[in-house]
Write a protein that binds this ligand. Structure first.
Ligand SMILES: Nc1ncnc2c1ncn2[C@@H]1O[C@H](COP(=O)(O)OP(=O)(O)OP(=O)(O)O)[C@@H](O)[C@H]1O
Ligand SMILES: [Mg+2]
Length: 288
């Protein structure tokens, strides 16, 4: 880490304060890989952008990133350029449409820096400033719960956990929630649910709801915690087709089953965001 980054982090520690605003920072995460985090992040963000919300989606799968592939876009400024201080934070931002912006990661870059919690903090310090321009920030995480992901989760307001209905994915989602709980991560919205679940690739609604019930029962019993089902997205060949064609489902196939389900999710998500805005503790526990 170079001296400039070190100095900024030290200054921040001395100041011991973070900026507060009403932007909701959401970590989209999962225990198991391939559950649909990137697919959900992009399509949910796109829907919200069409509902006139300003959204920033960040690819935090670092050197294995793929949001640009899902959109068929070329990455001009990947995250590593910011970490190497070749570009400013603003220069990282790619504008997909007026309301939906993205920050892309790297794909197998040879000089990708070793990601540490300090480097993530450095990123978040800059994100705090940029966050004023957005209603929502979605961070598309790498699968699992390594220390970088836990740090990123600690800097977010909500965890959006994407699981598929198989027992292995549900078990891994449980482990992720357990690790978040054991880390004792305090969120700034204390009087509302902080772990929100999407069951993706379900055969049908019943299968998805049953999988959620299994997860919720285990979390309540062992972790004494409540989680919320944001919704179920079915396994949809059109969703698969949209990914293969590198087109956004909500943009190109808005009447497909999965698109209509994500539509519903977006409205429920807005209700949760409204709860966050109404939260009395908004200013008591400053974060982003
Ligand atoms: N609702 C769906 N219906 C059908 N296929 C889906 C659906 N959602 C995701 N997929 C399939 O699952 C694959 C993985 O999705 P995605 O890349 O979004 O997962 P991920 O959780 O981001 O993976 P990783 O952990 O590798 O980052 C997609 O390439 C697509 O083929
Ligand atoms: Mg992904």
């Amino acid at each position: 880490m170079n001296d400039q980054i070190k100095r900024l982090l030290e200054l921040r520690r001395l100041q011991n304060k973070r900026e507060t605003n009403s932007t909701l920072v959401v970590s989209v995460c999962s225990g198991k890989g391939g559950t649909g985090k990137s697919f959900v992040s992009l399509n949910l963000a796109y829907k919200l952008s069409r509902l006139n919300k300003k959204v920033l989606v960040i690819d935090f799968d670092f050197n294995l990133s793929n949001l640009h592939l899902l959109l068929n876009e070329t990455v001009k400024e990947p995250l590593s350029n910011f970490f190497h201080q070749k570009v400013t934070f603003d220069e990282l931002i790619f504008r997909y449409n007026e309301n939906m912006h993205l920050i892309f990661g790297d794909s197998g870059s040879n000089d990708f820096p070793k990601i540490t919690n300090d480097l993530i903090e450095y990123f978040f310090i800059h994100l705090e400033k940029a966050s004023r321009n957005y209603d929502f920030i979605f961070i598309d995480s790498s699968a699992g719960a390594d220390s970088n992901t836990m740090y990123q989760i600690s800097r977010s307001d909500l965890n959006l956990i994407v699981a598929s209905p198989e027992p292995t994915a549900i078990m891994d989602a449980y482990v992720l929630i357990k690790m978040i709980t054991e880390h004792g991560i305090e969120k700034r919205f204390m009087n509302m649910p902080q772990d929100i679940v999407i069951i993706n690739k379900a055969e049908d609604k019943e299968e998805g709801e049953q999988a959620f019930q299994n997860l919720s029962t285990a979390v309540r019993h062992f972790l004494k915690k409540e989680i919320v089902l944001l919704g179920v997205i079915g396994h949809d060949r059109t969703a698969y087709k949209s990914i293969t064609n590198q087109e956004l489902l909500l943009e190109h196939y808005p009447n497909s089953m999965a698109a209509l389900q994500i539509d519903d999710l977006a409205h429920r998500f807005l209700n949760i965001a409204q709860m966050a805005n109404n939260s009395q503790l908004l200013s008591q526990k400053p974060s982003l």
